[in-house]
Write a protein that binds this ligand. Structure first.
Ligand code: HEC
Ligand code: HEC
Length: 266
């Protein structure tokens, strides 16, 4: 009698423990950051993609949709798993929020439209579907946390010091940026004509005087671009060749350049 009661208690104990063991296993998966696919979201995403994105990005996500082929700035080829608009380091995948922001806000100055009229769930679903095109999303090593946003140095708020630092930034700009972006930052430097991107399409250096910069409007965004470069494009990283201070000097100069009126070229 006692023996069978013991066996019964052991049985109850095992039944209680098994679900906890499972939870432990789920936690290990979460740490790897590769979330198991949510199939309902995925099939909704496929539907949203076919209705709204295929015309440019193509059925296979290769950027070869019927309209995509006609565009100067080509739609992204999602098969490469390389993204330009992100908060993570150059070689890493963007975060889900980065993709969600791009789909919601579009990309000014390109054909990539704003999709804020789609429901949030539709936008989240299509973002999950976009991940399906590249195997890079299956490997934890390609994931990274967003980089912290850089904080500008104190001299940025001190008029006299700022002037000195900007003058240094102007000199650095001449040497490091003008070859591509041109003397006034308008994107027409001597090296601008021959540039191609990772997908072998001609690419122009950004016009740094444009009303809206695609990578963002804040100095911390420009600092990120100069530090990280832009993946898949010839825009290089200056993390090794310039100090943090020098990158801020260039950013300070860029701020001044953007505030000057653009002269009409004759
Ligand atoms: C009219 C054409 C067009 C349509 C429709 C379109 N896109 Fe795009 N998309 C583009 C272009 C062009 C780019 C490249 C912009 C660039 O390189 O700066 C782009 C870029 C992107 C990017 C940014 C990739 C990166 O490098 O960070 C994402 C994400 C994206 N599209 C998702 C979508 C999704 C999802 C849809 C449908 C809901 C969609 N696009 C519909 C033209 C389009
Ligand atoms: C080898 C050529 C090259 C050099 C050198 C270069 N860039 Fe760029 N840069 C590019 C290209 C190409 C793009 C456009 C990428 C794209 O289309 O997304 C770009 C884009 C940018 C952007 C983003 C523009 C936007 O619309 O958001 C900024 C900011 C920028 N560059 C700043 C600089 C600064 C500052 C320097 C010097 C420290 C510099 N670049 C040096 C080629 C270059």
């Amino acid at each position: 009698m006692v023996k069978s009661l013991k066996r019964y208690l052991k049985y109850i104990f095992i039944c209680l423990m098994v679900p906890w063991l499972h939870l432990g296993a789920a936690e290990t998966v979460a740490k790897l950051k590769v979330e198991p696919p949510d199939f309902a979201l995925f099939s909704q995403g496929k539907y949203v993609f076919e209705k709204n994105c295929v015309v440019c990005h193509g059925e296979r996500g290769d950027g070869k949709g019927t309209m995509g082929l006609t565009l100067d700035i080509r739609p992204r080829d999602f098969r490469s798993g390389i993204f330009k608009y992100k908060s993570t380091p150059t070689d890493s995948l963007p975060t889900t929020e980065d993709l969600f922001r791009t789909v919601s806000n579009g990309i000014t100055g390109t054909a990539m439209p704003i999709f804020s009229h789609l429901s949030e769930r539709d936008r989240r679903a299509v973002v999950e579907y976009v991940k399906f095109f590249s195997p890079r999303w299956n490997h934890p090593k390609n994931y990274a946390k967003p980089l912290p946003r850089a904080v500008s140095p104190d001299w940025m708020d001190d008029g006299d010091k700022l002037k000195v630092q900007r003058a240094k930034g102007a000199e650095l700009f001449m040497v490091t940026c003008v070859p591509c972006h041109g003397p006034k930052g308008e994107g027409n430097g001597p090296n601008a004509v021959q540039l191609v991107d990772l997908w072998n399409f001609p690419i122009k250096p950004g016009n740094l005087r444009a009303a809206h910069l695609r990578q963002g409007e804040e100095m911390a965004d420009w600092y990120r671009v100069v530090t990280q470069g832009i993946a898949g494009t010839p825009m290089p990283t200056f993390a090794d060749s310039l100090t943090g201070e020098q990158r801020w000097q260039i950013v300070a100069y860029l701020q001044q350049l953007r505030s000057e009126p653009v002269e009409k070229s004759k």
